[in-house]
Design a protein around this ligand. Structure first.
Ligand code: SF4
Length: 333
């Protein structure tokens, strides 16, 4: 894990909710608001936050499944935001996505055989015989039986459908997989099987994952580093162990305090946040978390904290850590 495979710089995705008047910008929802991070080769980078924080939009915008409003995304040496539609199609071979809901992402009219063969045909890979061989290998790798190939998505359980979704993502031998809440729709007993499968596949194929989830215990299990999002912005990035043992940002502290901990010595006092998550169409001035933060100070209502180094590569966007850096030391990732 040395070189970044993916570098995201100042990524933004805004949705207009009012028309422009006389050249003036109308109101917008800032679903993703100027975020930067890198994912190293072979790393699993967790992106976590409550529903609506912008994490899934981030995954889709960096793959250009939706067009970003601004920012740069550099993947494997190529600037994705500068590619034509045709060039992007070719590049997609190397970066695939696994969706949360395997049922709605698999065409119900097609057999598994056809679902797995389609990406190979689109990218002109192999002749029919060669593709059959590859599909047989894929089903083995994800733990499906050959007899499953002639069945339709509705004939499978949720866990099996997610295995089909993973097989489809793997079919083009990508370098990066964006796993967007891949186990959220599954029973807890099945979640760990799918997570273990993703880990085995990572080892076997040298994959890099951007793993998006709202469940901190799932992210902890699989990630090397984790970024926490709140209202469209990243508010903390750290190695997994550092984030869980010493979270810096009060929002991360509150999220972690709600995670059930089997070891009584490790249990944290529950931090109950007051108030609702503000609307991303009308985010608070200053720190977006100040309306709910138990440690709010005057400066928090006036100045937005930037994501900055707080020691040992642990980044946080919080005015509680102003002394740890000079202005010119501030970094985004
Ligand atoms: Fe809380 Fe202020 Fe830190 Fe925001 S900047 S998280 S309001 S202490």
């Amino acid at each position: 894990m040395s070189e970044p495979l993916l570098q995201v710089e100042h990524l933004k995705k805004y949705y207009p909710i009012e028309r422009k008047w006389f050249g003036k910008q109308g109101a917008v929802v800032k679903a993703v608001d100027d975020i930067s991070f890198s994912v190293m080769q072979g790393e699993t980078f967790g992106l976590v936050g409550e529903s609506g924080c912008g994490k899934s939009t981030t995954g889709r915008a960096l793959l250009r499944l939706i067009e970003p409003t601004g920012g740069q995304v550099r993947f494997d040496g190529t600037e994705l935001t500068a590619l034509s539609a045709k060039e992007l199609r070719m590049k997609r071979r190397d970066m695939q996505i696994v969706f949360q809901d395997p049922f709605s992402s698999l065409d119900p009219r097609h057999t598994v055989q056809r679902i797995l063969e389609e990406p190979l045909i689109v990218h002109g890979i192999g002749d029919r015989q060669e593709r059959q061989r590859m599909i047989r290998e894929l089903t083995d790798v994800v733990g499906l039986a050959q007899s499953h190939l002639q069945r339709y998505p509705h004939q499978f359980s949720g866990g099996q459908r997610q295995r089909i979704g993973i097989a489809r993502a793997l079919s083009l031998r990508p370098k990066l997989i964006v796993a967007d809440e891949p186990v959220s729709a599954l029973d807890v007993s099945i979640q760990s099987q799918v997570i273990n499968l993703l880990q085995d596949l990572q080892e076997e194929f040298g994959l890099t994952y951007l793993f998006i989830a709202h469940d901190l215990s799932v992210v902890k299990h699989i990630s090397d580093r984790i970024a926490v999002m709140y209202l469209g912005r990243i508010i903390e990035i750290a190695e997994k162990d550092k984030l869980y043992s010493a979270p810096r940002h009060p929002y991360t502290q509150a999220l972690l305090s709600a995670v059930p901990e089997p070891d009584p010595d490790m249990r944290r006092a529950r931090i109950l946040l007051q108030g609702e998550v503000p609307s991303p169409a009308d985010a608070p001035v200053g720190c977006a978390f100040h309306t709910r933060c138990p440690k709010v100070m005057d400066i928090c209502r006036a100045r937005r904290p930037e994501l900055a180094e707080t020691g040992e590569g642990h980044l946080a966007a919080c005015h509680l850590y102003p002394d740890t850096l000079q202005e010119d030391e501030r970094i985004h990732s």
